[in-house]
Ligand binder design. Sequence first.
Ligand code: AR6
Length: 331
Amino acid sequence: MPLEIVRNDITKMTVDAIVNAANTSLLGGGGVDGCIHRAAGSGLLEECKTLGGCDTGKAKITGAYKLPCKYVIHTVGPVWQDGEHGEKAMLESCYRESLALAKKHDCETVAFPLISSGVYGYPKDQALKVAVDVISDFLLENEMHIYIVIFDKAAYKISEKLFADIAEYIDDNYVDEHTDYRRESMRMNMPMQYVVPHAVCESRAVMEDVELDLRLKHIDESFSQMLLRKIDEKGMTDAECYKKANIDRKLFSKIRSDLHYKPSKPTAIACAISLELSLEETEEMLKKAGFALSHSNKFDIIIEYFISTGNYNIFEINEALFAFDQALLGM
Ligand code: AR6
């Protein structure tokens, strides 16, 4: 999974580089900066003293001393005032400059804290959005595995409106399941046609015929064959597809070269999301991998929410899945 959100203490991450939310002196402080200096030992401070500080929005790299990574990239986030003082551009620059340094030092794995979102007061939902946007842009052009490390899950925030909308959707769909026609007919011990209104039955029957025709055409297709066919139909390149799916290139070539590859459910859904498939097509693709979407689990309902609202941004979906304590999409 090229971009992953994880809950951890960043000093425990075994990656090539961790990023420190420092101040312009680079001589240590509280928050994640304090944790990193304590875990690295005094050698880190000694090296930092030689750097001559760092401007806001810029980044500098040092060794990692006793930390289980190779480098620490120190960046200085903006202090939040009111959002009208260039804070966003500064924060974007922190991520971009840190990623450029990581790339220059051939790092394959990098972990970021949510820069500026603690002592510097940047609203957490907006700080997260900046992080995800800049990192996902970078990943369009670069191969790297990047972690956003959330220290305190209670403080993790997606936008309140999105959170409320999804919570409502989950609520409605749990309720729907108890009153859907199939269940109702089972409860009343009657065949379906007596319960479903006539008009609904007819239009459903026509649609089902059309769908059946289409499905029969591709009945023998495996998951990977359907994936490759859809990529062609959508006029996408393989790279566009695996990047939009948050899947790493190696996994994608495995899927491509093995016609009978059996992906995990999050990988299969990630592919459907990257192809912007409708709910029906998503179900069809999942079925080929042996899965289905159900109304009895939150993960599936959240996926359904995003597909039915036409939002196929995998990184936003993952932010929401993380907020609801669910597995993330991609691999
Ligand atoms: N691992 C991961 N994330 C952490 C950890 C940790 N061990 N500890 C805290 N966080 P902050 P800032 C999260 O205040 O806002 C320092 O004094 C924390 O929950 O560390 O950029 C510097 O010297 C929050 O979400 O950094 C500067 O003076 C995020 O890291 C100033 O604070 C950033 O919080 C920088 O402030």
